[in-house]
Design a protein around this ligand. Structure first.
Ligand SMILES: NC(=O)C1=CN([C@@H]2O[C@H](COP(=O)(O)OP(=O)(O)OC[C@H]3O[C@@H](n4cnc5c(N)ncnc54)[C@H](O)[C@@H]3O)[C@@H](O)[C@H]2O)C=CC1
Ligand SMILES: O=C1[C@@H](O)[C@H](O)[C@@H](O)[C@H](O)[C@H]1O
Length: 340
């Protein structure tokens, strides 16, 4: 059994937008953990982040940062297509890792990570599906578990970003943005997604080549629930993420200011004076903080918590089918490996 550490020394690999924010989170709002090393494909980026935090070193090689004897655990915040190599290196060293979503961007590599973690005989991977730590999502999950509203029938989801980087493509909308609703569906309804359809209405005219926006997706679950998702990544407005559950005996909506709006038997409450945050960093600040604290607490015990490698794999299986559905315009079935 691993002895519990009192001071978790963390390497953060990839210190762009999210990684730099996570370094700040570790240094200022995560008890019992601190960043000791940062690494980035662009050394100047790592130098800039390290310069803001006394005692944080720069490693020029991300794999050397993971292997560093003075590093107990790793946060990975590089683009999804680099995750497999970096997470594998953490597993080889037996180090707990918080890997930003998506676990990877193709189903084969996600499954390889599930199998590689299993071969270590330990739970080491936590995937950065931070919405699971958001108090509103947790409340909605509890409501579903309590059976207060009866069997879930449908969910309506909206996921709106003010803007995305210029290199964002329609495939990335599925792999990087829609993946959150895929994970939330699995988390909230507690079942797998069996098929996905991805369609586009007429596109906003001012988006870059390669991006159609907005996107409409339909997810079907094992038990026959339907989930529709609007992903709208270039609204120019702000960050809006809403989920409305429709169940046999009522509905529940999250994403409005002030907690879930629940309607039972015709009685509901209205939301007034709501403000729209500019981005996910503000909307999910508490969720990221809770996610990091939970991760650090588990990592000090040499393990991980929250969304598992399997959750990461299952979500990637759906989004990989989603990319196929996007290209074909057809309903596409999701094939999952047997869970052993
Ligand atoms: N949970 C959430 O709400 C969010 C999660 N993300 C996820 O965080 C990750 C990073 O996204 P952003 O910070 O937006 O990207 P970014 O492009 O701002 O930063 C990524 C950084 O990784 C570096 N990098 C690229 N390949 C590398 C490698 N092999 N080794 C070391 N460094 C490398 C880049 O130079 C860059 O500085 C992605 O997986 C993304 O999906 C992003 C935004 C929100
Ligand atoms: O994970 C995220 C980004 O990668 C993605 O690009 C955004 O659409 C999401 O809102 C954000 O939470």
């Amino acid at each position: 059994m691993t002895e519990e550490l009192t001071d978790l020394r963390v390497a953060v690999v990839g210190v762009g937008m999210m990684g730099a924010d996570h370094v700040r989170r570790l240094q200022t709002r995560t008890a019992g953990a601190r960043t000791v090393v940062v690494a980035d494909a662009f050394p100047a980026t790592a130098e800039k982040v390290a310069a803001a935090w006394p005692g944080v070193r720069v490693a020029t090689d991300p794999l050397a940062a993971i292997a560093d004897d003075e590093v107990d655990a790793v946060v990975i915040a590089t683009p999804g297509n680099t995750h497999e190599e970096l997470v594998s290196a953490c597993l080889e060293r037996g180090k707990p890792v918080l890997c930003e979503k998506p676990l990877t961007t193709d189903v084969e590599s996600s499954l390889r990570l599930v199998e590689a973690e299993r071969a270590t005989g330990r739970r080491l991977i936590q995937v950065g599906f931070m919405r699971r730590f958001d108090p509103e999502y947790a409340a909605l999950r509890s409501l579903v578990e309590s059976d207060d509203l009866g069997r879930p029938l449908m969910m309506h989801c909206a996921h709106r970003n003010a803007s995305v980087p210029p290199y964002f493509t329609s495939e990335m909308v599925v792999l990087d943005s829609l993946v959150h609703e895929v994970d939330c569906t699995r988390f909230l309804l507690g079942e797998e997604i069996t098929a996905i359809t991805v369609l586009h209405p007429r596109s906003r005219r001012d988006v870059p080549d390669g991006l159609s926006d907005p996107t409409f997706a339909l997810l079907e679950t094992e038990s026959g629930a339907l989930v529709d998702v609007e992903v709208n990544v270039a609204t120019g407005l702000g960050y809006e993420v809403r989920t409305e559950l429709v169940a046999e005996r009522g509905t529940a909506m999250i994403g409005l200011e002030g907690g879930p709006v629940v309607a039972r038997g015709g009685a509901g409450s209205a939301s007034r004076g709501r403000s729209v945050p500019p981005s996910f960093k503000e909307r999910f600040k508490a969720a990221y903080d809770l996610e990091f604290q939970a991760w650090a607490d588990a990592a000090r015990r040499g393990t991980a918590t929250g969304p598992t490698a399997w959750d990461g794999y299952a979500a990637t299986a759906v989004t990989t089918a989603g990319v196929e559905a996007l290209r074909s315009g057809q309903r596409t079935e999701v094939r999952l490996a047997a869970r052993s």
